[in-house]
Design a protein around this ligand. Sequence first.
Ligand code: TEU
Ligand code: CA
Length: 556
Amino acid sequence: TEQIKWWQRAVVYQIYPRSFQDTNDDGIGDIQGIIAHLDYLKQLGVDVLWLNPIYQSPNDDNGYDISDYQKIASDFGSMADFDALLAAAHQRGLKLIMDLVVNHTSDEHPWFKASRQDKLTPYRNFYFWRAGNGDSAPNNWDAAFGGSAWQYDEQTNEYYLHTFSTKQPDLNWENPEMRQAIYRMMTWWLNKGVDGFRMDVINQISKRPGLPDGPLKPHSQFGDSQVTNGPRVHEFLKEMHQQVLAQFEVMTVGETHGVTPADVLKYAGKDRQELDMVFEFQHLRLDNSQHGFGKWSTRKAPLVALKRVINEWQVGLHDQAWNSLFWNNHDTPRAVSRFGDDRPAYRVCSAKMLATCLHLLQGTPYIYQGEELGMTDAHFTELASYRDIETLNAYQDLVNDRQLLTKADMMARLAASSRDNSRTPMQWNQQLNAGFSSVTPWIAVNPNYHEINVAAALADPDSVWYHYQRLIALRHQEPIVTLGDFELLLPTDTAVFMYRRCWQDQTWLVVCNFTAQRVQRPIMAELKDSSELLLSNYADDLADKLRPYEAKVYRC
Ligand code: TEU
Ligand code: CA
């Protein structure tokens, strides 16, 4: 087996610090809260922790608007707390990667404060400033959180670019001084001993020369900024690798919306010296609205399409690059509600099925906090329950400003697709606020915490939690999971996801029923007398008969 990199056998656990554990009674999760649960994470068996941003921020976008890259936000604690966390994680053999947000800063970052002062400051070109056309913006780009991507600033009578919120001005990567400032900051964190980075919208850092108008987007007077996969993105990533990353034994994962497997052979190809892997999102767009409302949708992804996409990625990257594997994160609804079935009768079974389906693919799996419990969407019914800028801006735009959707329709779409679904507090036990905090949390706890919580999961040998623990152990023990190739079976089957993994003389068969129906499939035909059932979410095995959400793995 060729040299396996440590991150190819690893399982990553994503912590959203704001919602993980509050230890100082302010209703907000903090770093001491993470330290308090490191033994829990070690017991689960994960290898790497990924923290969403904990840097100084005005929290316009929950920390993705950074005003000081080298200071810890007081919400989360001090740099001494961070140093204690890093040491405590390393003591347990856990690695820790940070969230690198360098497509943009906060408008309260000193660089931007200087940049907006006057046109001659050296920081002017750390950002994109353009004169408008009269009182209209320099081009027709939209911002991800609504409105134009350009904000007029009267101090110098020019507009600045912000592809996310108005408080998130885009950094100008064409400027080598700006790039060097980023590389110095990255080196500072790596010298502290962090084990790598998750890189926020990293394939958006190269903008097309001249910032040309994009094609109009449906239901919008704005155009598509087309900022993904720009002309110099690989040049910048190679420079970053050469000047920073190559000096350290670290892991990187790029968040790259809008990439194909062919693109990823460039971002994460074995010999490319750019990134180790990326998050691609094709499987998370299959349930998008078919009437131009994008992610605001109550649709379900068709299983055949899901299998086709996963097959393209497994086959397309095998032996050439490396996949990340994930059903959800802090920007998405929760896996069991979106891809499984969170009705009480099916929640545990379908959560285990989803875990089995994902964790036996080739790639590095990412577990989002609470996924290991089968935590569900929030099912909020009031707009006042939501906190996320993306959600609140979309409601204001689609319901109030442009009346394209009724309140009831949009509330159903928010319940199915808002990012806040994954941001409700981690459910630790049955006590007040699920043990997350002794005061009212920044966002409501899901009322189902009475039955869905860590204490209950650890006390129940049949819980989703122990299923995750077994899958993580399988990955650590069996090279086939890391190195085996992938072959999709029954590609047109609308209920069952069945695939084979082969490596040297070993073959595994993974069978997942994605429905609440009983179905029959030719499973035994794939097996020999010597085949062995390795793992199942049912206590027995009915051969070709599959029960609701049944998921089983055979060594053939
Ligand atoms: O997300 C990038 C991003 O494009 C998502 O916000 C996506 O547009 C939206 O969730 C619909 O799927 C990254 C971070 O993960 C996100 O939390 C930040 O809000 C965003 O970048 C800006 O930093
Ligand atoms: Ca706190």
